[in-house]
Design a protein around this ligand. Structure first.
Ligand code: 5BU
Length: 398
């Protein structure tokens, strides 16, 4: 089990013991969060994963805003990242984005718009920051193909910087969870619990977390208490059945999660290094070139969409997120769509165990496996537990 300390003592779990394997394969998420050079958003994500004990990303592929917000709220406690395809949400508006951001802050997960940019720099800048979707204003993470060449990364970074700069200089065209002064609509009441985190754009450290505890304004503390009511009420129920040590461990993690606060207002990119679909051309030399591009932009590239861990060189600490993950339906038929290994349209599935333990991926992305289940919450927990166990086993193997 990973330690619950901010800097856990397993730094010694290194490649020295397993020279053929990259150290990040057997380091805990928490250790990796504090490795030198880790960008703020990567560090935040890794700490979020550690404190929530979830390396599950929900692929929220639903057709309406109401469904999206409902599933985000229902499953938010079980996930570290919620992945969207905002262009399949029939009634997507800025209100959808704003409400989703508020849920993400309340339930604590990052939002990842699976846009898969793939055009010249000038065009992707507009697609990312402007147009009807304004992805840069509400999604901490998005992704890009690298077939157009490395300028796509530079261009997206520039657009992200402009979005952040506009926010920090007070030109508030960004989508914030905070209701506008004139936002008196009450039909989405319940989603406006987020709080603005102005000026917190740099990296955070364990020391920052401690400072935060002292410097947090009273109003913000009140907001946090309010924010955490739903989560803690569930935890209290669970704690009643836990042995004392496990309950204390959980309480410590939740306290750290509280102190971690909302995500820093920065943006990160995932590069599509491999795809889960049969016959994908993103393989071999293409994947290697993609990793090379990531290494040249460590300030912006958080990691990869890939079928395996791709850290290979000293200093690599990229996060691999893997789609095409499925479990056989649970006994009793609780499972969703049949995960027989394919979906009939080219998608290929592996288990969370294969993705995380055998292939070294860090986060599993699951859509229909959870969304198609009768009891989505139970199914999300089943995926979370499987993926988490696989991670623990991988760390122990060091
Ligand atoms: P599924 O329902 O778990 O099969 O959904 C997988 C999601 O991940 C879906 O939104 C895809 O668009 C997304 N995806 C993928 O399946 N494979 C890939 O290689 C990439 C994205 Br990149």
């Amino acid at each position: 089990m990973p330690s619950t300390d901010d800097r856990d003592p397993d730094q010694s779990l290194s490649s020295a013991a397993v020279p053929a394997r990259h150290p990040t394969l057997t380091q805990t998420y928490l250790t990796r969060a504090f490795l030198p050079g880790t960008p703020p958003l990567t560090s935040y994500l890794l700490r979020l994963i550690a404190y929530k004990q979830t390396n599950l990303c929900l692929s929220a592929d639903v057709g309406t805003s109401a469904e999206l917000l409902a599933v985000a709220d229902e499953l938010g406690d079980s996930i570290c990242v919620l992945k969207t395809h905002c262009d399949i949400v029939a009634d997507w508006t800025e209100r959808t984005a704003r409400a989703l951001v508020a849920i993400a802050r309340r339930r604590r997960f990052l939002i990842f718009e699976d846009r898969k940019f793939g055009d010249i720099g000038s065009t992707v800048q507009k697609q990312y920051a402007a147009g009807p979707l304004r992805i840069a204003s509400w999604a901490e993470l998005t992704n890009a193909h690298v077939f157009p060449g490395p300028a796509i990364i530079t261009a997206l970074k520039e657009a992200a910087d402009q979005t952040i700069a506009a926010y920090n200089t007070g030109v508030h065209t960004e989508i914030s969870a905070e209701p506008r002064p004139d936002d008196s609509d009450d039909d989405d009441e319940g989603y406006h619990h987020g709080r603005r985190d102005r000026g917190r754009k740099g990296g955070r450290t364990g020391a920052d977390d401690d400072d935060d505890a002292a410097s947090t304004a009273l109003t913000e503390q009140a907001m946090r208490r309010h924010d955490s009511i739903s989560q803690n009420s569930r935890d209290d129920d669970d704690d009643a059945t836990l042995p004392a040590a496990a309950a204390a461990d959980r309480a410590a993690r939740l306290a750290r999660l509280e102190r971690l606060g909302p995500a820093p207002y920065v943006r990160g990119l995932l590069l599509v290094a491999q795809m889960s679909s049969a016959g994908s051309l993103c393989a071999g030399a293409y994947t290697e070139a993609c990793v090379g591009m990531a290494r040249r932009r460590r300030d912006f590239v958080v990691g990869f969409i890939a079928q395996e861990g791709l850290n290979a060189e000293e200093g690599d600490n990229f996060v691999s997120l893997t789609p095409g993950v499925g479990l056989a339906p649970a006994a009793g038929g609780a499972g969703g769509a049949e995960r027989g290994g394919v979906d009939g349209l080219g998608q290929l599935y592996v288990s969370p165990r294969t993705a995380v333990l055998e292939r070294g991926s860090d986060v599993v992305i699951v859509g229909r496996g959870i969304l198609g289940a009768k009891d989505r919450r139970a199914e999300a927990e089943r995926y979370r537990e499987e993926a988490w166990r696989a991670y623990e086993e991988r760390v122990r193997s060091g």
